[in-house]
Design a protein around this ligand. Sequence first.
Ligand code: G1P
Length: 294
Amino acid sequence: MKKLRKAVFPVAGLGTRFLPATKAIPKEMLTVVDRPVIQYVVDEARDAGIEHFIFVTGRNKAVIEDHFDVQFELYNTLAERGKTDELARLQKLQPLPGQTSFTRQQVPLGLGHAVWCARDLVGDEPFALLLPDMIMQSERGCLREMVDLFDETGGNIIAVQECDPAETHKYGIVGRGADVHNGFEVTSMVEKPPRGTAESNLFLNGRYILQPEIFEVLSKHEKGAGNEIQLTDAMLKLQNEQTFYGYHYKGRTFDCGSPEGFVEANVAFALWRSDMNQSMKETIERLSREIKPV
Ligand code: G1P
């Protein structure tokens, strides 16, 4: 079984729900407390043992590449000023030379198409896929837990969580079969099932470990829900030949693709920090008392 070394991050989306904030800044660079959203996802991948980070980008996303590059002037200035803690923190997060790759999606044809754009960079080995809109909070990262399952089973692993049954039409929905290790066998996958038709409320939360044969399926460029090339449809096809296991993630997930989820993530990550927890609680309480909606 080939080792999992690479992760793909599709970051080509326009971020229209965040205008005007995203006019000149990619949505993945908006900050949750003091880290850009994309940094959370890359850190989760690194913590899971990933060694190569592949970004599928688009126009106006160059700053993401800069963010993961060395900043000599900044590092030197921090060193000269004796700001060793800040410097060490930055260096810990710094990918090594040759550990990042970037390619452009060029046309917005959907998630399946974005993943397909990474085919040559991934090559013939399994890879992780992390959707940067979803950031997660737990002691052990979601991908780390999935890697544990993958080490036991191989195959393809998809992470799921429970959603409000009234919201199933917004996500990819998964059917649950027999338990396997710390996961389960996947019986079905449907992308954005029409209201009232979902088989469960287990939704794909944006973390995947996939085998490279997915690229062959995606190369057919078949369109699905929303007239887009859907990854879920390709996974369903691949399921005819390969096994898919589900991992039920029990941590907190924030959908930073919507302003509400993004603000919630900021509150949650501030509360999670021991140096901010108390003051944040007091601030939230005071502001909720004082502020009435306009
Ligand atoms: C994508 C996937 C969907 C998944 C969701 C999680 O949908 O296609 O299966 O549940 O991400 O955020 P999108 O949010 O791009 O519509």
